[in-house]
Design a binder for this molecule. Structure first.
Ligand code: PMP
Length: 422
């Protein structure tokens, strides 16, 4: 809020329209002006507290003191890049690789999830000699030109050599997704396109949040490997314990990727990201290319990421994601008994999707209904989002410090919002 703003944010909105490109989008019919945050709470300019059930980046809670202390201490001591010998990137690589299957043995630091995916794509092209990629048909993987062509959610054209498969669906058997990948491999072969990799978000967030049945991804990866391709697990959204059973989403599926990309929660809000891969994959890439990223692996980012890992361990946040996530899922299923608008509750840990369907009384489409519910919840000071090909899935993805009492607040707000919208 500026001095000229009368408090409703109208002046800030006008300045934003004057200064920033129209590519930006705000959340909510009545946009929020947030001035500070703490744990699972965000506060507007009037001091009103909003329960954050949406933001996955502050994975250990907004402005966590341990992370803030670690990065300020490091900023006071040294902040430099990876062309000098230093302890911070090595310790971070050691700790991250220790959370992965043994075969994943090397790591490259970047600053954003997009840079990580972009690098993973380059590596797969160099290592396989192929140019063909398979993604799901409502995927999002990042902002670079190459990734925009692999992100159908963006609505732009697919890049050359990019093929899509329909994302997973709930209630289908374990073999169904793999079968669609196998068919896609046949199409690529018929077109004379050489396969480089399958790239998927292991919780299929933009496709609508699909965690079940466990293992369906492993079957798809078997087909990809038989066709000479690699598997990139995009862990930018599901990673860092969010799914409640392990550190990484691919672990739910019992599959070891060739490359793993991570970002968003890694620095709890500080930009830090990485690609981890089988040692042989990076060895082959390094024969042809060097890679230096000025800020990737800088001392301060590494200190922030090390502190995040420490807090996840100290506060048992993976376990908390599982327990609180199960509690919340039970509550959502109980709501589904009473609200016909809820079609399905799905997800894992603290990454949940609630699919809403056309409600007979309201006559609204699923996406219009979902938008109304998201806004009604915002008015009740609970922040959630929406996702999915039809925009009809409520996306619940809170910091991992979420507790049952927070889940109760969310459930009550959702109950009332569904009543209002109906
Ligand atoms: N992959 C996935 C699955 C994502 O959700 C995102 C960001 N929304 C990215 C990659 C890109 O990450 P970043 O915005 O940090 O570049």
């Amino acid at each position: 809020m500026t001095a000229a703003d009368n408090g409703d944010g109208a002046e800030t909105l006008a300045r934003r329209a004057r200064l920033l490109a129209p590519t930006y989008r705000l959340f909510y019919r009545q946009p929020l002006q947030i001035v500070r945050a703490d744990g699972v709470w965000m506060y507007d300019q009037h001091g009103r507290a909003y329960l954050d059930a949406y933001n996955n980046v502050p994975v250990v809670g907004h402005c966590h003191a341990y992370v803030v202390d670690a990065l300020t201490r490091q900023a006071r001591t040294l902040n430099t890049h990876t062309r000098y010998l230093a302890e911070e990137p090595l310790q971070l690589a050691e700790e991250l690789l220790a959370t992965m299957p043994e075969e994943i043995g090397r790591l490259i630091f970047t600053c954003t999830g997009s840079e990580a995916n972009d690098l993973a794509v380059r590596v797969c092209k160099a290592v396989t000699g192929g140019t063909g990629f398979i993604v799901t048909d409502f995927a999002y993987h990042g902002v670079t030109d190459v990734l925009a062509g692999m992100s159908p959610e963006d609505g732009g054209p697919l890049g050359p050599g990019v093929y899509t498969v329909p994302g997973p669906r709930s209630r289908e058997d374990r073999a169904a997704f793999a079968e669609r990948v196998r068919e896609c491999l046949g199409r690529m072969q018929a077109d004379g396109v050489r396969l480089a990799a399958l790239l998927v978000d292991t919780i299929f967030a933009s496709d609508g949040v699909f965690a079940e049945p466990r293992g369906f991804l492993a079957d798809a990866v078997r087909h990809v490997r038989a066709a000479g391709g690699l598997f990139i697990a995009d862990e930018v959204q599901p990673g860092f314990g969010r799914l409640g059973d392990a550190m990484w989403g691919f672990q739910r599926h019992g599959v070891t990727p060739d490359l793993v990309t991570m970002g968003k929660p890694m620095g709890n809000g500080h930009p830090v990201a990485a690609v981890a891969a089988r040692a042989s994959v990076f060895e082959q890439f390094a024969k042809h290319r060097h890679y230096f990223n000025t800020y990737g692996g800088n001392s301060v980012s590494c200190a922030a990421a090390l502190a995040v890992l420490q807090v996840i361990r100290n506060e048992n946040l993976i376990d908390n994601a599982r327990r609180t996530g199960e509690y919340l899922q039970r509550g959502l299923r109980a709501l589904a008994e009473r609200h016909r608008a809820i079609r399905e509750v799905r997800g894992a840990g603290l990454f949940l999707g609630v699919e809403l369907g056309a409600n007979d009384q309201s006559g609204l489409s699923g996406s219009a209904e979902t938008a109304r519910v998201v806004n009604a919840m915002r008015d009740r000071a609970v922040l959630v989002g929406s996702t999915g090909r039809n925009g009809d899935v409520l996306k619940i993805r809170s910091p991992l410090t979420f507790q049952p009492q927070h889940a109760d607040l969310l459930l009550e707000a959702l109950d009332r919002s569904l009543q209002t919208v109906a």
